[in-house]
Design a protein. Structure first.
Length: 213
């Protein structure tokens, strides 16, 4: 493994001792660099990879340890859905984003990896007949599975949610889409309830976190 070598004896005991002390302080603070010569021959070897992450050996291979990178929380406002017309959900970030960004209605992944995405949507109907809602994701142009739910009464509302893991390359994009197949439906945000003290509710939420390489 690639490590700094201790300073050679210089002939001056005081100077050498000072240099040696500096080396020991540095060597305790710095993780050794993973090189092509390093082998995961036993579990628990801890090194730093050129990808910018620490790795640890387990079951004969070095596995990346995920740091606080690749995380974001998003919310959306009201969205009206008309029959048989798909629409993209517009997101706003809640707090700072780490390794993620927003480009129009797209969420952009700065790093490759496996990401856990947790989605919820608050459906609302102003129609007395049945309204069928559909929600799905599009990652790098490829659509995922669809969530389907229905409302049957005027002013009815309910929440639909799902979690999924995506494997994406660096620069990949995610778009969330919604549609209804009967009448008119809404993704609806609700204001805070002064009487009960309940806080406001967004129309949809999305939380994404990078779980591993």
């Amino acid at each position: 493994m690639s490590r700094e070598s201790p300073p050679p004896y210089s002939g001056d005991p005081a100077l050498w001792a000072e240099n040696l002390n500096d080396y020991l302080v540095r060597s305790k603070q710095v993780i050794g660099q993973l090189t092509s010569d390093d082998k995961a021959t036993q579990d628990g070897i801890f090194l730093w990879d050129t990808t910018g992450y620490p790795v640890v050996s387990k079951d004969g291979e070095f596995r990346q340890i995920v740091l606080a990178d690749g995380h974001g929380d998003f919310t959306s406002g009201d969205l009206e859905l008309t029959q048989d017309t798909q629409k993209e959900i517009t997101w706003s970030a809640v707090g700072a984003l780490e390794g993620l960004s927003i480009n129009g209605n797209q969420i952009v992944f700065e790093e490759s990896g496996h990401y856990l995405a947790c989605f919820s949507a608050q459906m609302y109907s102003s129609n007395s007949s049945q309204v069928d809602f559909s929600f799905w994701s599009v990652v790098n142009g490829s659509s995922g599975y669809t969530m389907v739910a229905s409302l049957h009464n005027n002013t009815a509302s309910t929440v639909i949610s799902r979690s999924a893991v995506f494997s994406v390359p660096a620069g990949a994009t995610l778009v969330a889409k919604a549609a209804c197949t009967q009448g008119t439906g809404y993704l609806k945000a609700f204001a805070a309830n002064v009487t009960t003290g309940a806080p406001a509710s967004p129309a949809a939420t999305l939380s994404i976190v990078r779980v591993h390489q």
